[in-house]
Ligand binder design. Structure first.
Ligand code: NAP
Length: 476
């Protein structure tokens, strides 16, 4: 690799200065790859919130603590002296894309998928119809979702979509609150769930059991919730020939396990009073209600197309379900960022192996992208590692062309200071975490998260007393 033409790493003292926007898994894995590249680098991790970890903090379910243990790896990466954390800094609000381009040799965008897909049916705007993403953010203490209210006073809830997020929200609705009390679930959610009257959840998928997107481990867990039982109509597991053929495809090994688990669910005699009822081949057609949602109409479906590519189409049948809460869990979606190209159809930043592309597919020099905003909202946390390695490899191949003097963090800090903007650095982030752990200790939880940005900022300043009635913690 010829890095000399750029003046970067040519034996002089100019490191490669890279800003990464977004500190979820994609951002941290990109930082890790840059720090391990062997080049002299300065990596600045810019995060909209005062705390890092994106969907690991605000997406992973509180009863899946093991999945969150990856934060220990990320926290270690953040200790590298070549990395700086710029928390509470939002691209577009506090610093523009054009400014970052002037400050850094390269910018990697890792902002994830912060929106959600809609159903596009009548009644979707009724009170009581929510994005599963908002429900997830609410129980995980995301500041954007903390003030939301979910009416859990009706006995029947409907969850639309059959991926792992749909399973997560069913499980949190159904899990006895005593089993959630010692997790990092937001206190407001715990209180609301403790008073929940929900006792029947319809989990609705438009395609068949073979095409469901959830993974076997998550599906199996639905059968372990005390007082609850998954219900499956055995007739719904009779497969059409294409689905039977699909099960034999190497790519569908997971689906075969799912079908085995579903068959076991279907064979279980009814024991529990409360139920999660799985419906296949039912697509939402309309939502009904007056001020709030009272029911959903589903069009029954048949599958068409070859094994591995079957789509659902209406077969003329229709059913209705009464309900008081609808969570649509039909996929997340990335959002456009001011000053950058956006593929509105796919909800991603257009890119070629991580190189951000503009009109006619031509690369935007110095701009890169990784994670869900690069490839769309799919895969597990670890998937982002290979994805970020690909992006950083692409960036490193371009190093020779990333010319020019770039001031990097010095200029970013100066610009933010000049605007009077409060940046949360590593010490501030760690102070917030310490205060959250201290709050949690009192409740026998691993941590009690702040759900308001002002409280995070107060804790970062050592004013945990102002935010939570605790004595200030020692500086980091
Ligand atoms: P997903 O896996 O893509 O599932 C989306 C579901 O929505 C699919 O069942 C899809 O059906 C359905 N859908 C889409 N549009 C629809 C429409 N108009 N009407 C009815 N149904 C519709 O997405 P996700 O559940 O949001 O999960 C995102 C990613 O995070 C996944 O990779 C997931 O595995 C991962 N995740 C992992 C965990 C874990 O490891 N425990 C937990 C949560 C999330 P079709 O297939 O017919 O399109």
């Amino acid at each position: 690799m010829d890095t000399t033409a750029s003046g970067i790493n040519d034996g002089g003292d100019t490191p490669l200065r890279v800003a990464i926007v977004g500190s979820g898994p994609g951002g941290f894995y990109a930082a890790e790859a840059l720090l391990a590249s062997g080049l002299a680098v300065e990596v600045d991790l810019i995060e909209r919130l005062p705390v890092p970890y994106g969907l690991v903090r605000f997406g992973v379910a509180p009863d899946h603590a093991k999945l969150k243990s990856v934060t220990a790896v990320f926290a270690q990466i953040a200790q590298d002296p070549r990395l700086r954390f710029f928390g509470n800094v939002s691209l577009g609000r506090d610093v523009s894309a054009a400014e970052l381009a002037r400050m850094y040799h390269a910018v990697i965008v890792a902002t994830g998928a912060d929106g959600d897909r809609k159903l596009g049916i009548d009644g979707e705007a009724l009170a009581g119809v929510h994005a599963a993403r908002d429900f997830v953010g609410w129980y995980n203490g995301a500041p954007d979702c903390a003030a939301l209210e979910f009416d859990l006073s009706h006995e029947v809830a409907v969850v639309v979509g059959q991926g792992n997020v749909a399973i997560d929200v069913c499980r949190i609705l159904a899990r006895p609150v005593d089993a959630l009390r010692r997790t990092d679930i937001a206190q407001h959610a715990l209180d609301a769930l403790a008073a929940s009257r929900v006792r029947h959840i319809h989990l609705v998928g438009r395609r068949g059991p073979v095409q469901a997107k959830f993974t076997p481990k998550e599906l199996r867990e639905l059968g372990t919730l005390p007082g609850w039982q998954p219900l499956v109509d055995p007739a719904a597991l009779e497969l059409n020939p294409a689905s039977a053929a699909e099960l034999a495809l190497p790519a569908c090994a997971q689906a075969a396990k799912n079908v085995d688990i579903l068959r076991a669910f279907a064979a279980r005699p009814r024991e529990a009073e409360r139920a999660i009822q799985l419906h296949f081949l039912h697509a939402p057609a309309a939502l009904h209600g007056d001020a709030r949602v009272r029911g959903i109409t589903l069009d029954t479906q048949r599958l068409a197309g070859p094994p591995g590519a079957q789509t659902a189409e209406a077969d003329g049948g229709r059913v209705s379900l009464d309900c008081g809460l609808v969570l649509r869990s039909v996929g997340y979606r990335g959002s456009a960022l001011p000053g950058l190209p956006f593929d509105a159809r796919a909800g991603v930043l257009p890119n070629d192996a991580g190189r951000l592309t503009g009109a006619a597919g031509s690369p935007l020099p110095g701009w890169y992208v990784t994670g869900w905003i690069k490839r769309g909202p799919g895969g597990v946390i670890g998937t982002n590692r290979a994805d970020s390695v690909e992006t950083v490899d692409t960036l490193l191949r371009d190093v020779a062309s990333l010319r020019g003097d770039k001031p990097g963090r010095r200029a970013l800090r100066a610009a933010l200071e000049q605007r009077g903007h409060r940046v949360i650095d590593l010490a501030g982030w760690l102070a917030i975490e310490r205060a959250e752990r201290a709050r949690g200790e009192a409740l026998d939880k691993p941590m009690d998260k702040f759900v308001r940005i002002d409280d995070m900022l107060a804790a970062a300043a050592g004013r945990a007393d102002a935010a939570c009635g605790l004595r200030p913690s020692a500086p980091a």
